[in-house]
Design a protein around this ligand. Structure first.
Ligand code: F6P
Length: 365
C-alpha cells in the first residue's frame, strides 16, 4: 500500500445520468482502495444521499464489471440540492435549506474529501459547499457537452453515436417514403449533439439553439433537394432550437428542480410547419432519453478513466476546488469557480459548421 494522509473520501454522481459515470467511479475507487487503502463512501442519488446520509461503502467487488454499464451504480438526481431541498408536505412540497445537514454528514463520516461527478448545476452546488468548508474535487459529465473549461465531457460521444445510429435508420425509411424525416435530439441550450450527429449522420438541415432558424430557408433547402431529384430530406433539430424571433419549446416545468425548464417538442412544430409550407409529407422523431442510456463508447470509457484517475490524484495532492478537464490531448485541472455559470455553446463560426455549410448543409440562417 502506498502512503497517504487521506483516509476516507466520498463520491457522488448528480444531475442527469450519462454513459461513463460508472467508469469514473471505478477508476477512483480502484486507485483509492487498492493502491492506498482509502475508504470510499458512495453517496446514493447525488446530493440526496449527502443530505439524508444514504451511502454504500464501496469495495473492489462493487466497482468490478461496471466499465461497460451505462447509468450510475450510485443513482443520481437532478432535483436534490442541499440549499433548496424540496421537502414533501402532503401533496405539496416546501423548499428548505438542508445544507447544514449535508455538511454535518460529511463531517460525521470523517471525509477528507468529496468527489462530485456532474454538470453545471452539480458544480454550482459544489462551489457553495466548498465555501461552507467542504474539500471537493469535481469531474465534468454531461451528454450536452456544454460545460465550460473542458473540451469534451464524457457521455457526449456516446449520445452522438446513438443519435447518428438513429439518423442512419431514419435515412432508409425517408428514402423509401420520399418524406422529410426530422430527428429532435437533446442538448438543452447547446447544439453540440445536433451538430455532431447531424454531420455524422448526413443531415441536410441542422438546427441548433445558437442559430435561430428561418423557416423559409429550411423549406427552400427541401425544395432545392427535390428539384435535384432528392425526394427525401433529413432534418436534425436540437431540442433548444427556435425560429427567428420565436421561443424555445418547453415540454414541462418541474418546480422542484433547480433548473425548472425541460425542453422538447420543437421537432413536431417544425414537422407541421414544413408540411404546411411545402406540402411534403413529414414525420418527426423525438429521440429523448435513449441518448442518455446504454454502454459508453471507447472514447468515453477512456476519457472517464483518465478523469477518474486525475480526480483521485488531485485528492491525494489535496488540490481541492479543482475540476478535471480535457485540454487538447491532455487531462488537466481548472478551478471549479471558473467552470460554473457560463455554458459552452456552439460558436456560430465553429469550424464544423463551416465545413458542413461548404458541403451543402443548411443551418436555417
Ligand atoms: O442535461 C442532460 C439532459 O439530458 C438534457 O439534454 C435534457 O434537456 C435534460 O437533461 C432532460 O432532463 P430530464 O432527465 O429531467 O428529463
Amino acid at each position: 500500500m502506498k502512503k497517504t494522509a487521506i483516509k476516507t473520501i466520498g463520491i457522488l454522481t448528480a444531475g442527469g445520468d450519462c454513459p461513463g459515470l460508472n467508469v469514473v467511479i471505478r477508476a477512483v475507487a480502484k486507485v483509492a482502495i487498492n493502491d492506498y487503502g482509502i475508504k470510499v463512501i458512495g453517496f446514493e442519488d447525488g446530493y440526496d444521499g449527502l443530505v439524508r446520509n444514504r451511502f454504500i461503502t464501496l469495495s473492489n467487488k462493487d466497482v468490478s464489471g461496471i466499465l461497460t454499464l451505462g447509468g450510475t451504480i450510485l443513482g443520481t438526481s437532478n432535483i436534490a440540492d442541499p440549499y433548496r431541498y424540496p421537502v414533501q408536505k402532503g401533496s405539496k412540497f416546501v423548499i428548505k435549506d438542508l445544507s447544514a445537514q449535508a455538511i454535518a454528514n460529511y463531517k460525521a463520516n470523517g471525509l477528507d474529501a468529496l468527489i462530485v461527478i456532474g454538470g453545471d448545476g452539480t458544480l454550482s452546488i459544489a462551489s457553495k459547499l466548498m465555501k461552507d468548508g467542504l474539500d471537493i474535487v469535481a469531474v465534468p459529465k454531461t451528454i450536452d457537452n456544454d460545460l465550460a473549461e473542458t473540451e469534451y465531457t464524457f457521455g457526449f460521444e456516446s449520445a452522438v453515436v446513438t443519435a447518428t445510429e438513429a439518423l442512419d435508420k431514419l435515412h432508409t425509411t425517408a428514402q423509401s417514403h420520399h418524406r422529410v424525416m426530422i430527428l429532435e435530439v437533446m442538448g438543452r441550450y447547446a447544439g453540440w449533439i445536433a451538430l455532431y450527429a447531424g454531420v455524422a449522420g448526413g443531415g441536410d438541415v441542422i438546427l441548433i439553439p445558437e442559430i435561430p432558424y428561418d423557416l423559409k430557408k429550411v423549406c427552400d433547402k427541401l425544395h432545392e433537394r427535390r428539384h435535384h431529384g432528392k425526394r427525401f430530406s433529413i432534418v436534425v433539430i436540437a431540442e433548444g432550437a427556435k425560429p427567428k424571433g420565436g421561443k424555445m419549446t418547453v415540454s414541462r416545468v418541474i418546480e422542484k428542480s433547480p433548473d425548472k425548464i425541460r425542453l422538447g417538442g420543437v421537432g413536431y412544430q417544425l414537422m407541421d410547419a414544413i408540411e404546411k409550407q411545402t406540402g411534403i409529407e413529414s414525420r418527426a422523431t423525438i429521440l429523448g432519453h435513449v441518448q442518455r442510456g446504454g454502454t459508453p463508447t471507447p472514447f468515453d470509457r477512456i476519457l472517464a478513466t483518465r478523469f477518474g484517475y486525475e480526480a483521485i490524484n488531485l485528492v491525494l495532492r489535496k488540490k481541492f476546488g479543482r475540476m478535471v478537464a480535457l485540454k487538447g490531448e491532455g487531462v488537466t485541472d481548472v478551478s471549479i469557480a471558473k467552470a460554473i455559470g457560463k455554458l459552452k455553446r456552439v460558436p456560430p463560426n465553429h469550424l464544423l459548421i463551416k465545413s458542413a455549410k461548404a458541403i451543402g448543409v443548411t443551418f436555417g440562417n
